[in-house]
Design a protein around this ligand. Structure first.
Ligand code: R5P
Length: 315
């Protein structure tokens, strides 16, 4: 007879072990023992060091940079666990890389968000837990269950404590309106939208601000900050339009290129990021990290017990 502790196993790749440890601490559960090393040529050398036969297994791994290293570790885990006779294998992907490549927006380009989904299923995953997917329809790329969690549930408490006066939530682009609207609804305040045009992966151009931000405290909300171009330009434009204080609230701190420098140069009061991705070593002034570990712990616990995950989001 195996105990609950042995029946439920949580493992981590090398992308974000602290998050996995924090999740396990909330669950009162030891992290599954595994050795994850590299062969001299860089290939992954994974070995599960505990019994997983018949177990309900969760592998925590955001596919943040280095994207392909982290993705392959996640794939390798599924292959390993399937061959070791785990009963059910769930990929817990707090940040789903390649999510922005979710459609053919021009000819002769791949849909890499779908390719990643295909790879995860082919490797052996039976279900997925994700947080703030860039586009909710990515769930449909999987023919296995996907539990899509919202960091807002945790972030909103901290946003309320920021003390924004006459707040208005601003989405830095049209694609982010759904997320921004949800924050505006929670804060019971107005919503404005920035009409942003993407020129390239690094360059964006702001066309208009739709809505009145003058004399308001602005809460800029986005699902991710990558190069920082969108959010920092958005902060500048709302200031130019007469906003008072500006707060940045984003789930995934991808922080590529010169993002840290850009954030440090932005005229903002506070930057709130969730810990779906580890923070960079370089210091970000005004940064505060909000942990989603407990949210993930509760979701894992509910999935394990076959209880409703939606209930986590009911007030
Ligand atoms: C865009 O659709 C996303 O929601 C983010 O606004 C964008 O990906 C952030 O990228 P960057 O920080 O490079 O402007």
């Amino acid at each position: 007879m195996i105990s609950r502790g042995e029946r439920l196993r949580v493992f981590t790749g090398t992308a974000h072990p602290k998050l996995a440890h924090d999740i396990c601490a909330h669950m009162g559960q030891p992290l599954g023992a595994a050795s994850l090393q590299r062969f001299p040529d860089g290939e992954i050398n994974l070995k599960i060091e505990c019994d997983v036969r018949g177990a309900d297994v969760f592998v925590v791994q955001p596919t943040c940079p280095p994207v392909h290293e982290n993705l392959f570790e996640l794939l390798s885990y599924a292959d390993c666990l399937r061959r070791a006779s785990a009963d059910r294998i769930t990929a817990v992907i707090p940040y789903y890389g390649y999510a922005r490549k979710d459609r053919k927006d021009e000819g002769r380009v791949p849909i890499n968000a779908k390719l990643v989904a295909n790879l995860l299923v082919a490797a052996g995953y039976n279900r997925v837990v994700a947080i703030d997917l860039h586009a909710a329809q990515i769930q449909g790329f999987f023919d296995i269950p996907v539990d899509h969690l919202y960091a807002r549930q945790v972030m909103i408490e901290r946003v309320r404590q920021l003390g924004a006066s006459s707040p208005i939530v601003v989405s830095p682009d049209v694609g982010g309106v759904k997320l921004a609207r949800a924050y505006a609804k929670d804060l019971n305040c107005d919503l404005a939208i920035i009409d942003k045009r993407r020129i390239s992966g690094e360059v964006t151009q702001i066309e208009h601000v739709i809505g009145e931000v003058k004399d308001r405290d602005v809460v800029l909300v986005d699902d991710m900050v990558s190069t920082g171009g969108s959010i920092v330009d958005a902060a500048r434009i709302v200031k130019q339009k007469g906003a008072n204080k500006v707060f940045i609230v984003a789930t995934h701190a991808v922080l590529s290129g010169k993002a840290v420098e850009k954030l440090n140069s932005a005229d903002v009061e506070k930057i709130l990021f969730a810990d779906t991705i580890p923070m960079p070593a370089a210091k970000i002034d005004k940064l505060e990290v909000v942990s989603i570990a407990q949210l993930l712990a509760r979701a894992i616990d509910r999935i394990h017990r076959s209880e409703s995950v939606s209930r986590l989001f009911e007030n």
